[in-house]
Design a protein around this ligand. Structure first.
Ligand code: FMN
Length: 181
């Protein structure tokens, strides 16, 4: 089985921290990860290649919230995937999304929901988090049924946010294993 691609953009590191937790959740299920970023000023991880995007068994996609949506560099990345869309390279790949935002009501849900849109155009199987995750019921910070989120003005990632990042990674890997040939 091919690795799960954990692909993020991050300027001040919060989304990157979430990416690492989600990757850990994937790996807890015995599935390898490719932890990658997009082409940007100071990449902290390897920059994703087209081949990795096409070959990965699943995708976890993360972006900071910018004015209630994904960051422009991440949008530009997707605007450059017409070839994959034409070829149907991402059809039926499981996927999930995650975000970090500075204010509690400043766009966690709107960013996650709109990040799903290009993935749906690509035919991906977009997963959220089910309410069987207890942390979803009592989180006082980030974490949504549309995917993990982080309230970045809190001190570091909260216990519930961390739990939900790990759970998202495990769920993505579990579904990817079931979908694997
Ligand atoms: C141009 C810009 C727009 C932003 N818009 C929002 C926003 O709409 N809502 C919000 O809660 N935070 C907003 N933020 C804050 C970032 O989402 C937040 O700092 C995030 O944690 C950064 O993630 P990173 O550390 O991975 O770069 C914005 C930041 C910038 C630079």
């Amino acid at each position: 089985m091919k690795p799960v691609l954990v692909l993020y953009y991050s300027r001040s590191g919060a989304t990157r921290q979430m990416a690492r937790l989600i990757a850990r959740g994937v790996e807890e299920q015995g599935v390898e990860t490719w932890l990658r970023t997009i082409d940007c000023a100071e990449p902290q991880d390897p920059v994703v290649t087209q081949a990795e995007l096409e070959e990965a068994s699943a995708l976890a996609l993360g972006s900071p919230t910018r004015f209630g949506g994904m960051a422009a560099p991440m949008k530009a990345f997707w605007d450059d995937t017409a070839a994959q869309w034409l070829a149907g390279s991402l059809v039926d790949k499981p996927a999930c999304v995650f975000t970090s935002a500075a204010s509690l009501h400043g766009g966690h849900e709107s960013t996650l929901l709109t990040m799903m849109v290009p993935l749906l155009h690509h035919g991906m199987l977009v997963l959220g988090l089910p309410y069987t995750e207890p942390a979803l019921h009592h989180t006082q910070s980030g974490g949504t049924p549309y995917g993990p989120s982080h309230w970045a003005l809190e001190k570091g990632i909260s216990a519930d946010e961390k739990t939900l990042c790990l759970a998202m990674g495990r769920r993505l890997a579990d579904i990817a294993k079931r979908m694997a040939p």
